[in-house]
Each structure stands twice: as C-alpha cells, then as structure tokens.
Design a protein around this ligand. Structure first.
Ligand code: ADP
Length: 327
C-alpha cells in the first residue's frame, strides 16, 4: 500500500454543527503527522470543479465554536455519475491528494464508497449529520446540538401551549430517523412522539386522539419527525386533525432550518475532535473505507457497508420512558 503523504477534506450533504470542529481536528492531526492537507470546497462538486486549497494550521483557527462549515457543502448530481467521479479522481491526482476524509451523512458516505472502490483510494468518513442515522456509531456530529436547539424551542412553545388548552404538533428534522423527535420529546416532557420507526404517522395520531391525549392534561405537545408524505409532518397531520376532529384546537410549528444552526455543544465539539483525530490515525495505520464513530465512549472504525443503508434501531426503552413519564 502506497504511503499517504497528503489528505483532502470535504464536507458534503446536509450541514451540521460541529463540522468545523471536525475540519479543524482533521487538519491539525494531519499536519502534526507530517501530511499536507487540502481543503475541498462545496463537497464533491468542489472536488469535480477543482475548488481546492492547501490548508495550514492557521486555516482552521477560531472555527471550533462556529456552526455550519467553512468548507461549504453541496449536493452534487455530477458525483452520482461515473464520469463525475472520474473528474473528481483526476483533480485529486492533479493536487497529489492520496487520501480523503469525507464528513457527511448516509449519502455522502455512499458516494465515498463508490469513489474508493472505483479508484482503489483510501477514504475515511466522519459522521456529520444532525439526524443520527448512521449505524455503528452512538452519535453523529451535530446531533447533540440540534437536540439542544429543539429543546430550547419546544420549551418556549410549551409556555404558550399551557396558557391555552391546545394540542401542539411540532415537526423536527430526522429524515427517516426518529432520534431527534424521540429524545427531543423526552428532554422537553412532551406528551408523545410520532416517529417513522413506529406506524404510519396518521395512524399514530389517530391512536393518540383515541387515547384522549392523556385525559388529565389540558394541553398536549407532540413531536413528529418530518415526512415526505404531504399528509404527514406537522402541517399534514394538523390539517387532517382539523377535518376529522373539529373539537380539537390544533396548532402546528415546523422548526425547520434553525435546527441546523448555532454554535456546537461541548459534546459535538468533543466528538468531532476525537473522531477527526482518529480519522488521520486510521488512515496512517492503513485503514480504509471506514466510518469513524463512537460506541460506549470508545472510537470505532465501521466499514462503510455496515454504516450506510442500515437500520439504526430506536431503543424501545426510550419510548417507554417518554410514555410512562407523560401520564
Ligand atoms: P447526506 O450526506 O447528508 O446524507 P445526501 O444524501 O444529499 O446528503 O448526499 C450528499 C452527496 O453525496 C450527494 O449530493 C452526492 O453527491 C453524493 N451521493 C449520495 N448518494 C450517492 C450515490 N448513490 N452515489 C454517488 N454519490 C452519492
């Protein structure tokens, strides 16, 4: 296996707080080990379009506390084609980039696995997504910050909800995973949660209504994971509720993109720093095509195939905790 002398870093897909802390960690750990570092802007699209700049230690000064990603991120249709990935590979060769660290979610790691296979490249992934939907790692970079943002917002909505007798449906992100909704609901004492891991969303809502929304309470707050179905999500469910149960005073809120913003929490900065350092260690030890994660507070290297397109189960104990404590 050829010796690695330089590494490229990119952030891809949905942005997540803590990505900057990860960029800093990878850059500094690589320079510490004598590698050259190249920052690749706008994810895979920037790799294809040669938007690449050499990074020094100072390139990542004062970014650990900043949300978003200084490298910018993008969704790249071109990278989904073999022709696009060929251009990406050619630009890596042009700059002498021997290895890549990809910070992103399920889609980004899927793309990385194609590039790695087609050109026999050493690539390591870092789990950068607020959705926590990558298997094998207990948490992803950005998840804790997003959950704390949800907590602050839902606490505020609760103040108004308790002043009226209302059902509030609050939609949070998560794509196809209910982690943000479920743990967000526990953290804010919500009455219930509607997550994709259970039944279809509307069915879950009907059950809630049948149960009288916890009869002892005058107001109720329910978190729901976003949905591609127009009859789902907070808006779709609230509409249906109004049609079928006109007696309920239903309100909805979509938290939206504010969940992605803000300065990362200590937990996310530490996770990003540890996994970023471990990514360079893994590459230098000859590991390739692995996602660096954390399990039981230890760094783990998860083969790409085991991290992507995998069910990451919700712990049923969490649902029990939520429902028992909201009686
Ligand atoms: P995330 O990484 O947050 O899950 P996306 O699913 O949008 O975000 O993926 C980010 C990018 O990764 C895409 O824009 C594309 O360039 C690349 N990608 C995703 N899926 C594939 C795929 N099947 N083949 C090649 N590249 C992919």
């Amino acid at each position: 296996m050829a010796e690695i002398k330089s590494v490229g870093i990119l952030t891809s897909g949905g942005d997540a707080p803590g990505m900057n802390a990860a960029i800093r960690a990878v850059t500094r750990a690589a320079i510490f080990s004598g590698l050259r570092v190249f920052g690749i802007y706008r994810g895979y699209q920037g790799l294809i379009e040669d938007h690449i700049e050499e990074f020094k230690t100072q390139s990542v000064s004062n970014i650990i506390s900043r949300g978003g990603t200084i490298l910018k991120t993008a969704r790249s249709k071109d990278f989904k084609t073999p022709e696009g990935r060929k251009l990406a590979y050619e630009n890596m060769q042009k700059h002498g980039i021997d290895a890549l660290v990809v910070i992103g979610g399920d889609g980004s790691i899927t793309g990385a696995s194609y590039l790695a296979k087609e050109y026999d490249l050493p690539i390591v992934g870092l789990p950068g997504t607020i959705d926590n939907d990558l298997a094998g790692t207990d948490a992803t970079i950005g998840y804790d910050t997003a959950m704390n943002t949800i907590m602050e917002c839902v606490d505020k909505i609760r103040d108004t909800a308790t002043s009226h007798a209302r059902l509030f449906i609050v939609e949070v992100m998560g794509r196809d995973a209910g982690f943000l909704a479920l743990n967000g609901a526990i953290a804010t004492g919500c009455e219930d949660v509607i997550i994709p891991e259970e039944k279809p969303q509307y069915e879950q809502l009907k059950e809630l209504v049948a149960n009288g929304f916890r009869k002892s309470k005058s107001s109720a707050m329910v978190l729901v994971t976003e949905s591609k179905d127009e009859n789902g999500g907070a808006l779709g469910l609230a509409r249906k509720m109004k049609e079928e149960f006109p007696d309920y005073d239903v309100r909805y809120t979509v938290l939206g993109h504010l969940q992605r913003g803000g300065s990362p929490t200590a937990a996310d900065r530490i996770l990003a720093s540890r996994t970023g350092y471990a990514a360079i260690e893994a590459l230098l030890q000859g590991q390739r095509n692995v996602l660096i994660g954390i399990h039981n507070d230890h760094i783990v290297n998860i083969p790409f195939a085991k991290a992507i397109h995998q069910e990451k189960p919700i712990d049923p104990e969490l649902l029990t905790v939520l429902r028992v404590l909201s009686i």
